[in-house]
Design a protein around this ligand. Structure first.
Ligand code: AMP
Ligand code: GLY
Length: 437
């Protein structure tokens, strides 16, 4: 065989949509492809722009993105965030015959409507917590009184990761119901809600590359959703990750594949959805077995920042196989034995109000620990051309090392060397897995 020969079929001109750390990791991995593609990013951020051209078209500007892809003779579009997918970006690209990695709006509904997903899970008997759906306050309050506390209240629609309240008292649960249904909290996303039984256990993120009924499971990871050390404080988009998640033993992963991954992929296909993209399955490892918390229809952020650096397989070849219906013939993934840790540097105050525009000072690349990468998320250039904070999650610092402890130590050494007035990060990323030993 000729493993170094690049398939002539691989696309040479790519567009990555999005502006977060996830997209920085996607751009990095795609640029590293042996096919040496040209990669554009829209809109990108200050860090992505150091590596590849960024075009100021917003991630939710569907007509603008389609026009950009046509103008730039793009051959393959990789979509990072959920919003353009739910707005039909993939549908529009399919209409003009442009291959895209990311589901059409019918598939994106698996993330954009928690009620739709819960109905699919229940119908196809995929393990998940019992739940009921409401658009009126009175029946929701009556149902609440029949359930155990804690209880989970979820806005049906997309709420930027904030639409889930794990209520630890009946009063808190009632307030959450009233806030959404009467108070207009989360706008139209909260006009309908789910009341869902609380699951207990550890969470894990299973990212699956899906193409119709074919799928490839990516390396396991665990996120740290709460803002504070020891999993305290409000939920965030994710404050740090590590991979692999050793709590998911090979035997447990086989069970997750049998009980959740394959049934999910088949259920989606059976519902008539031609899904191409990442199915990110949030799973609670409960004492009675793995249970689905949610689907996302995109790569995780910051899961991507630990999963992709561990892949030795060409990401472009993998995503292209999915988008062109050839995933079944794609061989097993090559995964590096190293551990990866990503520590998110946020702006102090996130996920509530936080400052923007603080200057960030980076150590010289040679001063970073080995195998350490600084992915940018909420960064921009100011008028003086300095890199400044421009979002809640600012950077993701990933280190790869032969042990989890070494990976964490290197990521934290890099975090210490990055200077920024509003810098905040959790000090315990990876600690749970380290302490389990
Ligand atoms: P989601 O937006 O669905 O990812 O939910 C955000 C977070 O809320 C999850 O990552 C869990 O930590 C938590 N959560 C959601 N549903 C449940 C549940 N049924 N039981 C316990 N925690 C939950
Ligand atoms: N890190 C969780 C998410 O991407 O939704």
């Amino acid at each position: 065989m000729f493993p170094d020969v690049v398939s002539p079929a691989l696309p040479r001109s790519l567009l990555v949509v999005g502006s977060g750390g996830r997209e920085h990791a996607l751009v990095r991995a795609l640029l590293a492809s042996p096919a040496a593609p040209r990669v554009l990013c829209a809109p990108g951020n200050a860090g992505i722009a150091l590596e590849t051209p960024c075009v100021p078209v917003a991630a939710d500007d569907v007509p603008g993105l389609v026009a950009l892809a046509q103008r730039e003779k793009i051959e393959f579009v990789v979509v990072g965030p959920e919003v353009p997918l739910s707005l039909g970006l993939a549908d529009r690209l399919h209409e003009i015959g442009l291959p895209v990695y990311g589901p059409k709006a019918d598939g994106a509904r698996l993330e954009a409507s928690k009620i739709f997903t819960k109905q699919l899970l229940l119908k196809h008997r995929i393990p998940t917590a019992p739940a009921a759906f409401f658009s009126e306050v009175a029946p929701a309050l009556a149902y609440l009184r029949t359930r155990a506390i804690p209880i989970v209240i979820k806005a049906d629609g997309l709420a930027a990761g904030k639409g889930v309240i794990v209520a630890t008292s009946l009063a808190e649960a009632e307030a959450a119901v009233r806030d959404m249904l009467d108070g207009g909290k989360f706008g139209s996303a909260g006009r309908q809600l789910l009341v869902e039984d609380c699951l207990f256990g550890e969470e894990t993120s299973i990212l699956v590359v899906v193409s119709g009924r074919d799928y490839v499971i990516l390396p396991t990871s665990q996120d740290h959703k709460r803002v504070g050390d020891g999993d305290t404080g409000p939920n965030t988009g994710g404050m740090g990750t590590y991979s692999p998640a050793e709590v998911v033993t090979p035997a447990l992963l086989a069970r997750i594949e049998d009980e959740i991954v394959r049934p999910s992929v088949h259920a989606i296909a059976d519902e008539g959805i031609a899904f191409c993209g990442t199915l990110f399955i949030g799973i609670m490892l409960t004492p009675s077995g793995p249970s689905v918390i949610e689907y996302n229809t995109r790569f995780g952020d910051p899961e991507t920042q630990v999963v992709l650096p561990r892949l030795a397989t060409d990401l472009l070849a993998l995503l292209w196989a999915a988008a062109t219906g050839r995933l079944a013939a794609f061989g097993p993934l090559a995964v590096k034995p190293d551990y990866a840790v990503c520590v998110v540097i946020a702006a102090r105050g996130y996920p509530d109000a936080y400052p923007k525009g603080d200057v960030i000072t980076f150590p010289a690349p040679a001063a970073l620990p080995p195998a350490t990468t600084v992915y940018h998320a909420g960064t921009a250039r100011n008028a003086a051309d300095q890199i400044v904070t421009n979002g809640g999650r600012v950077l993701g610092v990933t280190a790869l090392a032969p042990t989890l402890a070494a990976a964490a130590a290197n990521a934290y050494a890099a975090c210490a060397a990055i200077r920024c007035a509003s810098k905040y990060f959790r000090r315990d990323i990876g600690a749970r897995q380290l302490n389990r030993r």
